[in-house]
Design a protein around this ligand. Structure first.
Ligand code: GDP
Ligand code: IMO
Ligand code: MG
Length: 427
């Protein structure tokens, strides 16, 4: 059985964690393929409520093998803390494998993320300040340190001295702050390596073997398509590749092995951080959605900007990812609204657009053109089949399917695992 990817279709926080936790019941392996602990994936199930930053959302299923793929950047300190928290709730991590090719987020990356944001002034991106951007910079600049390097004292020291030489020059000469100590970092991070050593290996081999043996492998994305450096709202994007194409690179399989690509859309739109968002509602409706849905960042606690569903960006997302179906989450959040709007096109400089312009400046100037639908004004949280949804809710879902040109396979009507409507069979 080939692999199936779960990909954020908007600006992240679409509910990928909930979707993966649910689907993981029916798979053998879950692989995180990109991003770092900038991600916050919320999962609510019989173990409790969790925010996962690096650990794949399949971890709650003891039979599922979980992999942190080579495309992820790993902060070992943050990962160890996450594993400890999970352990405290009775969740074992024996089944966790970490790619020896995954790059590490080091203390200088976190420091640089903060200093760079400050230096950007009014043009700050609103990063999560977890060091993710600077870690990917070191990766492509070929001075990164990989998790496998932690397993050998001499190699680790050598790699660290190269990376720290460069980064200390940046810290002292560009940002005028004190350099970091090689010995201190070496001691601390070598210890982390010892604690993680039993999990670190060539994970692409495990994944290849699983696929060869007919196992179902779910590839868990982080962030979302509109945060992709190529297809997102550049420069207000992240530094990894959240789109579906990043899934094969981020875990080491061929694109031809991706049988399914499930986009995850929230029933409305949110964004955390800076950058254009055409359907943003800086009014009481936006406020109502934020408070009703508790739209605050799972990683940083920042209030998320809320707005109507943007089908222009939604359609674009389907196209660049090639979604084979999609999951629609948080439909219940719209339960109380008498009217619900969907943005179907933009007006830009007097011209109607049905695709997003490529620059943040132009997107900022796009005026959404809305279609107004009637709300269902009743609670749908207890509904478990599509036909039992109120007619207005079914119409809303059908309209989104038409506009984004893709079929819904799953609808989430609450944060708990079971608060879900499986529309199409999985896998
Ligand atoms: P992720 O980063 O894509 O995994 O999403 P986050 O966990 O950052 O944000 C999604 C939020 O929506 C979390 O608080 C989830 O618990 C919550 N959630 C997911 N699906 C639903 C749903 O269908 N209804 C409601 N009310 N909340 C949901
Ligand atoms: P999940 O996986 C929402 C945003 C940040 C900022 C931009 C760049 O939970 O959906 P970075 O720290 O990556 O350099 O910040 O990207 N961002 C996210 N927004 N969900 C996420 O992850 C995000 N990860 C990064 O807010 O705007
Ligand atoms: Mg999140």
């Amino acid at each position: 059985m080939p692999a199936i990817a779960v990909v954020g279709a908007q600006w992240g926080d679409e509910g990928k964690g909930k979707v993966v936790d649910l689907l993981a019941e029916k798979v053998n392996m879950v692989v995180r393929y990109s991003g770092g602990n900038n991600a916050g994936h919320t999962v609510m199930n019989s173990y409790g409520q969790f925010t996962l930053h690096l650990v794949p959302s399949g971890i709650f299923h003891p039979q599922v093998i979980c992999v942190i793929g080579n495309g992820v950047v790993v902060d070992p300190k943050a990962l160890l803390q996450e594993l400890k928290d999970l352990q405290g709730h009775g969740v074992a991590s024996d089944n966790l494998h970490i790619s020896d090719r995954a790059h590490l987020i080091m203390p200088y990356h976190i420091l640089l993320d903060t200093l760079e944001e400050k230096a950007r002034g009014d043009s700050a991106l609103g990063t999560t300040q977890r060091g993710v951007g600077p870690a990917y910079v070191d990766k492509v600049a070929r001075r990164g340190i990989r998790s496998g390097d932690l397993l050998d004292k001499e190699i680790f020291r050598h790699r660290l001295s190269i990376a720290l030489d460069y980064n200390n020059t940046l810290l002292t000469k560009v940002y005028d702050v004190s350099p970091l100590s090689l010995e201190d970092i070496f001691e601390e991070y070598y210890r982390y390596g010892e604690q993680l050593a039993s999990h670190i290996e060539s994970t692409e081999l495990i994944i290849h073997e699983a696929l060869a043996n007919g196992k179902v492998v779910l590839l868990e994305g982080a962030q979302g398509t509109l945060l992709d450096p190529d297809f997102g709202t550049y420069p207000y994007v992240t530094s990894s590749t959240p789109v579906a194409a990043g899934a094969s690179v981020g875990c080491g399989i061929s694109p031809s092995q991706l049988q399914g690509i499930i986009g995850v859309y929230k029933a409305y739109t949110t964004r955390v951080g800076e950058g254009p968002m055409p359907t943003e509602l800086p009014d009481e409706t936006g406020e109502l959605i934020r408070e009703r849905a508790w739209e605050y960042g799972a990683t940083t606690g920042r209030p998320r900007r809320c707005g109507w569903f943007d089908a222009v960006l939604g359609r674009y997302s389907t196209q660049v990812n090639g979604f084979t179906s999609f999951a629609l989450t948080r439909l219940d959040v719209l339960d109380t609204l008498p009217q619900i709007k969907i943005c179907t096109s933009y007006e830009y400089n007097g011209v109607v657009l049905d695709y997003p312009p490529s620059t943040a400046d132009a997107l900022e100037k796009c005026e959404p053109i809305y279609e107004e639908l009637t709300g269902w004004q009743s609670s749908i949280r207890d509904i478990r089949s599509f036909k039992d949804l109120p007619a207005e809710a079914r119409f809303y879902v059908k309209r989104i399917e038409e506009l984004v040109d893709c079929s819904v396979n799953l609808i989430a009507v609450g944060p708990q695992r079971e608060e879900s409507i499986q529309v199409l069979p999985f896998p």
